[in-house]
Design a protein around this ligand. Structure first.
Ligand SMILES: O=C(NCC(=O)N1CCC[C@H]1C(=O)O)OCc1ccccc1
Length: 614
């Protein structure tokens, strides 16, 4: 089931259910995909996703009455909600023209997103059209309302990186607030710009423009020329500035990624000067809550052996330390955190690049090869940070197993240089890094080939698919979840065209020639000797996955099974499982997550060389 939203009158008072999606579907497949409270807290706009689809239906809850307003905003996707400061309504994006099936089982591209303003209580058909770009059907929007309430900041993107920035001054009460004139701040797709806050006409952004490790800049909308920008927090030469959030009037809480560990600091908004460090263990910050108008912050921490802690800190009480507000306790029978070790190693990839990798396992007196789960992603500037996973714990607990998390190029662990090192024409580096990790683990006696399983999801599913084609001799088992397997056609389905920033556009000769070299679907082989036998392979997908359409997995498994059917050397099984009323992963109910983890662990039990200890 899904986790209900609860409310408390004060931090210490008892909780009561505020919104429980479990009551919205009998099987828990309706989930909250996003939510945003109005400035006065009287309303909460929230998105509902069904069967794991990216499609949202937006509803508005009256927080005092605990009931929803009558309107339901449909055909919403890849859109946030930005309330105007008068709490009368919000901006959001909608695919008005989308027709046919709209439940996540379709493969059709979503095109022509339009920006609307919704006035509470009105019918969605009355919503004011704010912006549309029919000449650019793949453009989509993210909006912010400035902290002062005066500006609408419109971020436009068409791939998963780089965005343009426009702004408009919001009309005052008496005028029709929505005869908006959008003016450019940045009118080229050349970098990422995320709004942080503003001081009058000076807008603060987190950006990688001329800063591969990111920095904080200030753009004066009255003079937005680049030569006039200032940089209160310059780029760090090694650590990556992941994000910045303005709190307590004149402070920025900033999060750095330092060798795949998060560092949390408070800095001065104007000078960038360090005010405070927030001590953290090896792990990652998975969320922060705070406002410029408030001195309190809440931040979430997670790590391999810590499912989740929420810390509370009040800048109005600087002498006090952050306190634990909530901790998910791992009350697993016999589980003790200090029975396990977390080590970070650096191994050489095929081109001698040093790749970091976390290795987690139960402390043991003698080092002997154990079942090992090697998990990777390697793309889209996404950093694989230390975080908690129930399947990982099950693997260690059931098989006395070892977990390995290499930070492959293509991710964001070392900023844009690391991302660029694993995308477009350099994408093969990601697969090389992953295969080198497997060789490191066997060479250093952590495991053996017949005990080694690889796992990846989505772009990580591509990783697994490419690696079992290229080096089937390295692995005992492979699990690819919701993978991108057809690299010549990925851009034709749902949101796939947005991934051209990592993969290249298959319609362009140079990228077609690169993609066909590692596209899983197009590089299946007939095993002609024992070394070419595919490892035991489990392909998982879901019927409402509209991020990565299940057709990728269907085609890949069909090609694999056809290729191996006449080979005397293919004794390992190659399986496909399609989950129903499920999607790419977000919003999956706990019951389904447990069921999928059980499928995977059972698959490993049957296919790996394991001597089960439980
Ligand atoms: O496609 C992605 N993100 C990338 C993504 O989900 N990928 C990229 C490859 C497959 C899949 C994955 O790895 O999860 O997000 C949707 C989106 C929203 C707004 C603007 C552009 C795109």
């Amino acid at each position: 089931m899904g986790v209900p939203c609860v409310t408390q009158k004060t931090l210490g008072s008892p909780e009561s259910i505020f919104l429980d999606t479990n009551s919205m579907s009998s099987d828990g497949t309706t989930a909250i995909s996003q939510f945003k409270f109005s400035e006065d807290g009287a309303f909460m706009a929230y998105g509902l996703s069904e069967s794991g689809s990216d499609w949202n239906k937006i509803r508005i809850r009256n927080t005092k009455e605990g009931i929803d307003l009558p309107e339901i905003l449909e055909k919403v996707k890849f859109s946030n909600v930005s309330w105007t400061k008068d709490s009368k309504g919000f901006f959001y994006g909608r695919y008005t023209d989308q027709d046919g099936i709209i439940d996540g089982s379709e493969t059709k591209l979503a095109e022509n997103q339009k920006l609307y303003y919704h006035l509470l209580g009105e019918s969605p058909h009355q919503d004011t059209l704010i912006a549309e770009f029919p000449e650019h059907p793949s453009w989509r929007f993210k909006t912010d309302i400035s902290d002062c309430g005066k500006y609408l900041i419109l971020s436009i993107s068409h791939t998963v990186r780089d965005n343009m920035l426009y702004y408009a001054e919001l009309g005052s009460e008496e005028k029709n607030a929505f005869q908006l004139e959008l003016k450019p701040i940045v009118d080229k797709f050349e970098a990422d710009f995320d709004y942080i806050t503003n001081e009058g006409s000076n807008l603060y952004f987190h950006t990688n423009k001329d800063a591969p490790n990111y920095r904080v800049i200030v753009i004066d909308v009255n003079n937005p020329a680049e030569g006039n920008w200032t940089t209160p927090i310059p780029e760090h030469k090694k650590d990556v500035l992941e994000w910045a959030k303005c709190v307590d009037g004149n402070k920025l809480v900033v999060c750095y990624n330092c060798d795949v560990k998060h560092i949390l600091q408070a800095r001065d908004l104007n000078t960038g000067k360090l005010i405070r460090q927030f001590g953290l263990d090896i792990g990652s910050i998975n969320g922060i809550s705070g406002k410029k108008s408030n001195s309190e912050i809440f931040y979430g921490f997670s790590s391999f052996l810590s499912p989740g802690i929420i810390f509370y800190y009040d800048f109005a009480k600087p002498s006090e330390k952050p306190t634990v507000l909530r901790e998910i306790s791992l009350n697993l029978e016999g589980f003790r955190r200090d029975n396990y070790s977390v080590e970070q190693v650096f191994y050489k990839s095929t081109d001698d690049t040093d790749i970091p990798m976390f290795i987690v396992q139960r402390k043991r007196d003698i080092a002997e090869p154990r079942p090992c789960l090697l998990y990777g992603y390697g793309g889209f500037n996404y950093s694989l940070m230390p975080s908690f996973g129930i399947l990982s714990l099950m693997f260690m607990d059931t098989f006395d197993g070892v977990l390995a998390f290499p930070n492959l190029r293509g991710g964001g662990e070392y900023g844009m240089e690391w991302h660029n090192g694993g995308r477009m024409l350099s994408k093969q580096n990601v697969f090389n890094d992953f295969q080198a990790a497997a060789e490191f683990l066997t060479k250093n006696n952590y495991t053996t080939k017949d005990r080694l399983a690889i796992q990846g999801a989505s772009n990580g599913g591509l990783l697994v698919g490419a690696c079992i084609n290229q080096r089937p001799d390295l692995f005992g088992a492979a699990v690819a979840q919701v993978g991108v397997m057809d690299m010549l056609r990925f851009h034709k389905f749902t949101i796939g065209h947005a991934w051209c920033s990592d993969y290249g556009n298959p319609d362009e000769r140079v990228h077609f020639a690169n993609l066909i070299k590692f596209s899983p679907l197009h590089n299946v082989h007939i095993p002609l000797n024992p070394d070419q036998e595919y490892p035991s392979t489990l392909i998982l997908t879901a019927d409402h996955d509209d991020r990565v359409s299940p057709l990728h997995s269907y085609k890949f498994v069909a090609a694999l099974q056809e290729a191996v059917r006449y080979s005397e050397y293919q004794l390992n099984p190659i399986l496909l499982r399609v989950y129903t009323k499920a999607g790419h992963g977000a919003g999956k109910p706990t019951k389904m997550r447990i069921s999928e983890a059980t499928d995977i662990i059972t698959f490993f039990k049957k296919t790996l060389n394991v001597d089960c200890i439980n």
